[in-house]
Write a protein that binds this ligand. Structure first.
Ligand code: ZN
Length: 616
């Protein structure tokens, strides 16, 4: 018997917080509170029935047991995935799920629950709970005991099309007015942290599982995401939302006829909108919203046709062992971010958490070791690069009391990490790392000499020549913020009077705006025709241009890249800046300076850090 597309009957579930919106996916039900449609499920309390062909009438779990060849003869004891469409008419309780090890220990079940959400629809200003603010478990317990949910829980705004990866151990709650597609491990292990003190029809509170919640919650909270990528095909668009060890999920917009990527071992199709047909050999099947199809192992040449929005889920995939990856880390005063970067400079996975700098270097370094350790379990990694705020000794790998990491006095960061991980660890300041990232993979790609300037609250920079950061004799090369532009300019507690930073940084612009109107930015005021703001911006452009012209006269680089928050308003001064730079150059250089805008934005530092070379 040959493999054929197997249509599954979804299972609708009543929930206290459910509604009627799932009817739009073609599901019919009498109850007014259907919260979940289990589009693909093989659990005891929800098991899809096969609708067609030789396997008609069998359940999905039965297929898994009795027809393993349809799934490519897998090793797993139970079907590993669960796909739901969820309608939250009311807020869901605040909850957390265990990982595999915890589910086995606490529940005797094989799988924990890592899930992910694609927001299909939501009310304007929708929010959900995602993460918490506690630095340590004691603090979490204290806030729970005090009922201080506002202090404990993190909320975030969502909109249609958002995608969130929710690893086990993440405190979360879907907010009311949200309709989403959920792909998760096949598990129903949920620990309830808080239910807004709601009572059911009988006046009972739902059970909470505080001890288990505290046991399984990741503290501090950290966010994990995989790179989202879009691939355009002739008559469809494929968006890869995640590809990880547990599941691979992509969203397809089909317009016309398209061959789907249903590679082995098997695929699960969930249609959420539109109408069309699925062709397999001579057979054609109707596709409408709400249809759920298993494309079994060996069922090749699936073509869909029509106007459809659908999701394809494949079982998880380990990263290619033949590939090698690097880890870049960005240590900021507010956030700690780490990413796995491939050899082409693309981020494949990222993790972020709050720094909790006030807890001191040991606390932060312990979190850092855990973040890096978990990434190294998943990917074959050859280098770890760290971008830190200066001042620091890049060669020795020592941090020298940076202003935004209080208490970090001569910390041997490189040594501490090199002792934990058996691969090269390198360290440089954040501006140099960003310069390297932009030079190798951003606006300076392919250029021999690149000077990068970041203009945000301060001004920093870095010079990259032949792919190497020029660090200087005392690791201060490129620290252009202290360059004197106007000796009679504003004073600064740490920097030279009239330095570039005092005249052309975001802080300098804000200071001027404050003098005119405290509620507005200088650029807003200029747009409104304020003459004083116009003059201040002309001065800012002149000062910025003076600094750039100075750099050209010293280094004459192939490219000067400008990045940082202030460049978000560049359309308001870009032309003037070019002119002002030219006015300050030798005539033979005019019109020849390649001024570029940074391309990698917030990722420049983390990508550059991954490519810091030991001993460069
Ligand atoms: Zn959940």
């Amino acid at each position: 018997m040959s493999a054929y597309p197997i249509f599954l009957t979804p299972v609708c579930k009543e929930r206290l917080w459910g509604g009627e919106a799932l009817r739009r996916f073609g599901y019919s039900f009498a109850q007014p509170n259907i919260g979940e449609a289990w589009a693909v499920a093989a659990l005891p309390d929800g098991d899809n029935l096969v609708e067609n062909g030789d396997c008609r009438g069998m359940t999905l779990s039965q297929l898994w047991r009795e027809r393993p060849e349809l799934f490519g003869n897998p090793d797993e004891p139970e079907f590993p995935l669960l796909i739901k469409i969820i309608d939250a008419r009311e807020d869901l309780s605040i909850q957390v799920h265990p990982n595999d090890e915890q589910a086995q220990r606490l529940e005797g079940r094989p799988y924990g629950k890592t899930e992910c959400w694609y927001i299909l629809d939501c009310a304007p200003d929708s929010r959900l709970v995602f993460g918490h603010n506690a630095a340590v478990s004691d603090e979490m317990e204290r806030l729970i005991a005090a009922g201080d949910w506002t202090a404990l829980l993190q909320q975030r705004k969502i909109q249609r099309g958002d995608f969130l990866f929710v690893p086990s151990g993440t405190v979360h709650a879907i907010g009311k007015g949200t309709i989403l597609l959920e792909v998760q491990q096949s598990s129903d292990s949920t620990y309830r942290l808080y239910d807004y003190d709601r009572r059911d029809a009988q006046g009972n509170l739902r059970e909470l599982h505080l001890e288990k919640c505290i046991d399984v919650t990741n503290v501090p909270h950290h966010e994990v995401s995989y790179q989202r990528r879009t691939i355009r095909h002739p008559s469809s668009t494929q968006e890869i939302l995640t590809s990880n060890r547990l599941f691979q999920l992509s969203r397809w917009e089909v317009r016309g006829e398209t061959q789907l990527d249903t590679r082995s071992p098997y695929a699960l199709m969930t249609v959420v909108a539109g109408y069309g047909k699925l062709h397999h050999g001579e057979q054609a099947y109707e596709l409408t919203a709400g249809k759920s199809v298993l494309i079994p192992h060996g069922c090749e040449g699936i073509v869909v046709e029509g106007e459809l929005e659908l999701f394809l889920t494949h079982p998880g995939k380990e990263p290619e062992a033949a590939e090698s990856y690097r880890i870049g880390v960005d240590i900021g005063g507010t956030n700690l971010r780490a990413a796995v970067v491939d050899q082409a400079g693309q981020i494949v996975k990222r993790v972020a958490m709050k720094t909790f700098a006030e807890k001191g270097p040991d606390f932060v370094i312990r979190n850092l070791q855990q973040m890096i350790g978990s990434l190294m379990q998943e990917y074959p990694v050859t280098h770890i690069g760290l971008a830190c705020p200066g001042p620091l000794d890049a060669k020795a790998g020592i941090i020298l009391s940076p202003p935004n990491l209080p208490g970090w006095d001569r910390i041997d960061l490189k040594g501490k990490l090199a002792a934990t991980f058996d691969i090269p660890v390198t360290l440089d300041n954040d501006a140099n790392a960003a310069a390297l990232g932009e030079a190798l993979f951003g606006a300076g790609k392919g250029k021999r000499s690149v000077f990068y300037v970041t203009i945000s609250t301060g001004i920093g920079g870095g010079f990259v020549y032949n792919g190497n950061i020029i660090q200087g004799a005392h690791f201060c090369a490129g620290e252009v913020g202290n360059m004197i532009i106007r000796p009679d300019g504003p004073a600064h507690p740490m920097l030279n009077q009239g330095s570039w930073e005092t005249l052309a940084s975001g802080t300098a612009l804000n200071r001027q705006a404050q003098q005119i109107d405290q509620r507005k930015s200088l650029f807003q005021l200029e747009q409104e025709g304020n003459a004083q703001a116009k003059e201040a911006i002309e001065q800012f452009v002149a000062n910025l241009a003076t600094g750039i012209a100075n750099l050209v006269h010293i280094l004459d680089p192939d490219t000067i890249i400008l990045g940082g928050g202030v460049m978000k308003s560049r359309h308001l001064f870009w032309e003037q800046l070019h002119r002002a730079v030219d006015e300050r150059l030798y005539p033979q250089l005019r019109g020849k300076i390649d001024l570029q805008v940074a391309q990698l934005e917030d990722d420049a530092g983390i990508i550059g850090a991954a490519f810091l070379e030991p001993g460069a």
